[in-house]
Design a protein around this ligand. Structure first.
Ligand code: PEP
Ligand code: MN
Length: 341
């Protein structure tokens, strides 16, 4: 980090100010010019707040050389992180580091037949994980809110039947008490910057699927991951799920460039949700293929046995048959990318 002092700043005051920075654990390299002094901060500057530096009367400019995230940064961890996640059978499934993690299932758990049936179908088609919402973040309080704890129990039954690890969304900290059997905790787009929740998930030892916020920048996504990692939980999967733009043809706009961007900046696995990104079932296969071609480490796809009757997100859900055909194509894409499914 480089701190440029104001022209004519008092020399003694500048040295006093540099001393306060050193107390925050960095070394200072002084460069005294004709009118301005430049401080080069060497060491871990992630704990130094740019804005409070700028608020100081002696400071003219602050330039960050290194990103404000450290644990999520590829600079400090050059190799791709690979997560190993087991369901009930003990077989590990991998995401990242050359492995595609394919997560499939309905938006919401609706009843036993639905979730167990879909779980068996997506497993047969080659999915590695089952998704299904029990606690649903809905725009309207009058829409189906999910089956809650009953939904979790049904997911556990589907896990027992198929052995597939389960992925489901947590909306509030107190729900952690009932998430024991859950294998991957999803943090939804609307909660990406719920810092209290992220801190708590940093203390837990389960993998976290962190979805990009509706209007979150790449740096904000990585800072959200950093919150979880700073608490000691390094098992974070990033998920691009489309962002809000001016266009309303699709539900969101899939930012495919987020894949190489996140993977350049971070070692964490990056997966894509083509269902919420487009909101349109017929667009899901094209975007799923594009995501793999762009380097994604996996997908999370909404699959429903009867999309027309789905209690949530039917329009963007593909059928088990369509998912099975998609998997056949994706295996070829994975082979081109040199990745295992
Ligand atoms: C979901 O996965 O069903 C969901 C609500 O996703 P998002 O948070 O990305 O909208
Ligand atoms: Mn959904």
């Amino acid at each position: 980090m480089i701190v440029v002092m104001k022209p004519g700043a008092n020399r003694e005051e500048v040295h006093w100010f540099a001393g306060t920075l050193e107390k925050q654990g960095v070394k200072i390299h002084f460069s005294e010019g004709m009118s301005q002094t430049v401080l080069g901060l060497v060491g871990d500057t992630s704990g130094i707040d740019e804005e409070s530096l700028l608020a100081h009367h002696l400071v003219d400019k602050v330039i960050r050389v290194q990103e404000p995230y450290k644990r999520a940064n590829r600079l400090f961890h050059p190799h791709d992180t690979r997560l190993a996640i087991s369901g009930s059978g003990g077989t590990a499934r991998y995401i990242g580091g050359g492995h595609l993690g394919i997560i499939a299932g309905p938006c919401s758990v609706e009843n036993r037949d639905q979730i167990v049936g879909i779980a068996m179908a997506v497993k047969k088609a080659g999915a590695g994980f089952l998704r299904g919402g029990a606690f649903k973040p809905r725009t309207s309080p009058y829409s189906f809110q999910g089956l809650g704890c009953e939904g979790l129990d049904l997911l556990l039954e589907a896990k027992k039947e198929t052995g597939l690890p389960i992925v489901t969304e947590l909306m509030a900290i107190h729900q952690l008490e009932v998430f024991d059997g859950v294998d991957v905790i999803q943090v939804g787009a609307r909660n990406m910057q719920n810092f209290t929740l992220l801190k708590e998930l940093g203390r837990c030892r389960k993998p976290i699927l962190l979805k990009r916020g509706l209007a979150a920048t790449i740096t904000e996504v990585l800072m959200a991951a950093e919150y979880i990692m700073a608490g000691g939980n390094g098992q974070v999967i990033l998920c691009e799920r489309g962002i809000r733009t001016f266009d309303t043809f699709t539900r969101n706009t899939l930012d495919l460039s987020a894949i190489p961007a996140l993977k350049k900046q971070s070692h964490l696995p990056v997966i894509v949700d083509p269902s919420h990104a487009t909101g349109l079932a017929w667009m899901v296969p094209a975007m799923a293929k594009a995501a793999i071609a762009a380097g994604a480490d996996g997908l999370i796809v909404e699959v429903h046995n009867n999309p027309e009757a789905a209690l949530c997100d039917g329009e963007q859900s593909i059928t088990p048959a369509a998912f099975s055909s998609l998997m056949d194509v994706l295996r070829k894409y994975a082979a081109v990318e040199g990745k295992a499914v």
